[in-house]
Design a protein around this ligand. Structure first.
Ligand SMILES: [Zn+2]
Ligand SMILES: [Zn+2]
Length: 324
């Protein structure tokens, strides 16, 4: 099983401005020359040594994650990252009008819906788009998204057939060789994370969440979302300081995800839902701050002679493909 991050930004798409792009190009050329390089064949070598925030950054599209195996595919959320994913699907059965798409929703805040009207497989007759949510108002949400004056094409004229599926909390479902189970997250409106399992590997999707329930006791029936997990994607919209200012805003800091991952033995974590107000430089600085926190936690564990619960982790970037 693999996942692909089609959108790692939260709340609102946040593309780089032309001035930011120009500035990055200028700094790269200056760095190339300052490092003593003069030959164009050395450009790739120079760039591969640069930090992500000095090049493409973390990406501007809002949440959309593809979970896939050789034979099955599930898409989590319809943020603006869904638009480029739709174009890619046109190369397969969706382009011929014989495609089946499975789209699972965590919740219906705009940043998780805005890609829907621009997902081209919807407009090709013959395609079947299965949509899934725990929330009962899923059909009403679709009617609203594809409604004048918000969008010119009403739902009944889309072309593809839409099939609604209501999910039961904490009950497993299966699509092909991927099993998935919804668990509740902590967000201002009802929001559900998912645990995906295939071939003995497990991916947990925990975005958007403030994770106000942290202890095993408080997490109660939703604790399995964080247990026996190979890869977790976790909410890191804010820095630790910002979470203190933004109580009840529904998002977390990476430090909280690291605490849970270390406690539960989660092997790998990607942090996403980056704040649209944060520049790539600020996100990179937050990542360094989280690294310091993590290293201190490791040292503390070693001091009391507990086995050091090492976790592989980084901040997610749009376009990343990760083996679970
Ligand atoms: Zn969101
Ligand atoms: Zn939200």
């Amino acid at each position: 099983m693999k996942i692909k991050i089609w959108g790692a930004r939260g709340s609102l798409p946040a593309p780089l401005t032309p001035v930011q792009v120009e500035d990055r190009i200028k700094k790269s050329i200056q760095g190339f020359l300052a490092a003593g390089f003069r030959d164009a064949v050395e450009v790739s070598r120079f760039l591969s040594a640069q930090a992500h925030h000095q090049l493409g950054g973390y990406g501007g599209n809002t949440p959309c994650i593809e979970v896939f195996t050789e034979s099955s595919q599930i898409i989590v959320d319809g943020g603006s990252g869904l638009r480029p994913l739709g174009y890619e699907l046109l190369g397969g059965p969706c382009g011929k009008g014989t495609g089946e798409v499975h789209l699972v929703f965590t919740h219906f805040h705009w940043d998780h819906l805005i890609g829907l009207p621009f997902f081209v497989p919807f407009f090709i007759p013959g395609n079947t788009i299965h949509v899934y949510a725990v929330q009962e108002d899923l059909p009403d949400v679709f009617k609203t998204v594809f409604k004048k004056p918000y969008f010119p094409v009403p739902l009944e004229n889309l072309g593809a057939k839409i099939v609604y599926h209501r999910l039961e909390p904490r009950v497993a479902n299966k699509i092909g060789d991927i099993q998935f189970t919804p668990y509740q997250l902590d967000h201002p409106d009802p929001c559900w994370g998912y645990k995906f399992e295939s071939g003995g590997r497990t991916y947990s999707h925990a975005v958007d969440t403030e994770c106000t329930r942290v202890s095993r006791k408080d997490l109660g029936p939703d604790l399995p979302l964080y247990q026996n997990v190979d890869l977790m994607v976790f909410d890191s919209q804010y820095t630790l300081m910002e979470t203190i200012e933004k109580v009840n805003w529904g998002h977390a800091a990476a430090t909280l995800g690291l605490d849970i991952a270390m406690r539960e033995g989660i092997k790998r974590v990607l942090f996403m839902h980056h704040d649209p107000a944060s520049s790539d430089e600020k996100i990179a600085a937050a990542e360094i701050q989280s690294r310091r926190y993590y290293n201190n936690q490791l040292k503390d564990a070693q001091r009391v002679r507990e086995p050091a619960p090492s976790v592989e982790w980084e901040y997610a970037r749009e376009g990343m493909v990760v083996e679970v």
